[in-house]
Design a protein around this ligand. Sequence first.
Ligand SMILES: [Fe+2]
Length: 208
Amino acid sequence: MPDDPQRVVLAVVADLLRARHDGVVGVAEFLTALPRSRTPGCAAAPAAPAHADHLAGTLTTLRGDVDPLLGAIGEAIDRAGPALDWRVDDGRYYEPGAPVGDGYRSGNMHTVLAEGDDLAIGLFLLAPATDYLDHRHAAPEFYLNLTGPTRWRFDGGPWLRHDAGTVVWNPPGRVHATTTGDAPWLSLWAWLADIDRPCEVVSVDTGA
Ligand SMILES: [Fe+2]
């Protein structure tokens, strides 16, 4: 087992993906990229997470999941806690002034677990009742939903429910949106290429 706590989290994530999602699109891409990442340098004493209460709630849920591998991920994240440098995205991944929405702006945070040459892997959290609006980016994107349910839509299609333990793979340019319900949402997230190209908020005509 690796020494640093971020790497321990990723080792358990890899265990779950191999055990539960062998052959699922996006999983091989993530597992192939993982060995070329490294733990980022970190502030000596990271600030308290902006949404510490929601993070605690998701970890309680995750540690109690009926899937023991999800529970193990929760335990590993919990143990990594003091080493994790959580940041709120105030639009830095978007062009200046992009309409990301007040809900997203005030209800998100992430921490980078590993990085590499054009590669970023982390944890991402959204507060309850938050809309992460339709957007696209050049980066191929991988999610492992650690808690749920959340609802997603892709290329303006119908809203689909995703529960804890499910995987989402967004190829480059695919329009996608996520919305949370009564509970906060925690996920493992990765961008596997083109990480410096900005996200673009997209207005989707659903015909409604
Ligand atoms: Fe995305």
